[in-house]
Design a protein around this ligand. Sequence first.
Ligand code: ZN
Length: 253
Amino acid sequence: MRWEKLTTQEFAGIDRSTPVVLNVAAVEQHGPHLALDTDVTIGGHFLDRAEEKLADGVLILPAVKVCCSEHHMEFAGTLSVRHETFLAYVGDILESVVRHGFRNIVVFNSHGGNQAIGQVLLEQFGARHRDCRVAFLTWWRLAGPELETIRESGFSGVNHACEFETSLMLLAAPDDVRREKIGAMSYVGTFGWADADMIRASRGALFRTMHAMSGGTGVVGDPSLGTAGKGEEITQAVVDELVEVVGSLSAAP
Ligand SMILES: [Zn+2]
């Protein structure tokens, strides 16, 4: 079910134990070959598939498309809001959800730059609403072990506008992929302890802009390994986990 497609009268009949899911995404540069709304498309694609399996067992909110992308601002077209804005705006949306009686909430994240503030949101909102069950999920972490078996690239091949994001876009929105602009592996390494991969996390965090990490290409990883078939494998791995998490919330007492 889509929150914004129901009428106010139809809301009266909805079971308040139904899990409510909100995608937080990004509108930011994704290299020369992917559209700026890649993270919106990927988040929406996973939720479309999850809804096919869960039917009325999930209530999906309109996505928050523009989030925290400060580290991409050197690239034209990127939109970003401050962490404080994200916390206030997404927090207010969730407050509205709670005021309508829902208690099971999943914030489903499709953008790396939302991970830290998403955790803060979870801790603040959870502490305010002890009677709620609120989860924060980031897709590549949710299905990390399965995704590790799907990747062909080595360390840092899966990062941004990379093997995985290119595969998912070739599957979900092929018209938003400029195939002739798909480049080779791109990653500028740093200290060993700070070298990062979407799935193989670093041991420590070092601030670097996407411009620095990508050597100016906007790509961190290996988009040349992207295929629609791999996009389907990734989709099934992520959606299986997402459906399990959402289903477990509605089944819990
Ligand atoms: Zn992305």
